[in-house]
Design a protein around this ligand. Sequence first.
Ligand code: FPP
Length: 247
Amino acid sequence: MFFKKKAEKMELDMERIPRHIGVIMDGNGRWASRRGLPRSAGHKRGADILENICDYCNSIGVKALTVYAFSTENWARPQGEIDALMELLYHYLQMVEEKFKGRNMRLKISGDISPLSEKIQAAIHHAEEVTASGCGMVLNIALNYGGRDEIVRAARKLCADVGSNPEKIAQIDEKLFTSYLDMADLPEVDLIIRPSGEKRLSNFMLWQAAYAEFWYSDICWPDFKEEDMQQAIYDYQNRDRRFGGVK
Ligand code: FPP
């Protein structure tokens, strides 16, 4: 029989920590249903788990952690679940100043926040403002976020700036386009993690994912631990990244 040796094999190379990690926090609903709990209990537990994962990532020098909290497609869920998620997010935003104290972290929200309630929008602006000087890890919460929507909104802003000026149109390149995206100020995403056994991107970081490494696991997000993140980073460090070139 083969046993997967874990801890002793997983020493991380601190020189090659991924700069930016994206996480699709999946499996909350299944985790709750298996325990006879409402789906919202899975989301609540998912938000709690996020704190440990943030601390771990911040402590090893990850520069940005992007988490998928609510997609542009999640509006199709039952209203009760949407309300519970929004309440959870609002509560989290209100606690951010206190939670981030001493952690030197910055909060950022990516996505189109305009359809969210005024109460949540105000809480977002406040949370971003009070953590703005944090120069440790950025926790980037993708909220009413969709990769396609991010690209469309960027295209609209870019079009408004260049108009029909042929010289400006000729200057459009990947670098310029990237600067119009929600996540323009974050480093390139190196690693995308999806727990719960699903193996798809679900409209997450479509532009940014071009050369990201993927890591999947059957563990549901509410059971995700620091050791799982460590395993994901360890596996990432053992990949051969060629970016389309040859070695
Ligand atoms: C996907 O799992 C998860 C979501 C749509 C919501 C994720 C949100 C949180 C973990 C809360 C985040 C809160 C903060 C404060 C950032 P699912 O519900 O689709 O799970 P399932 O596939 O098992 O049904």
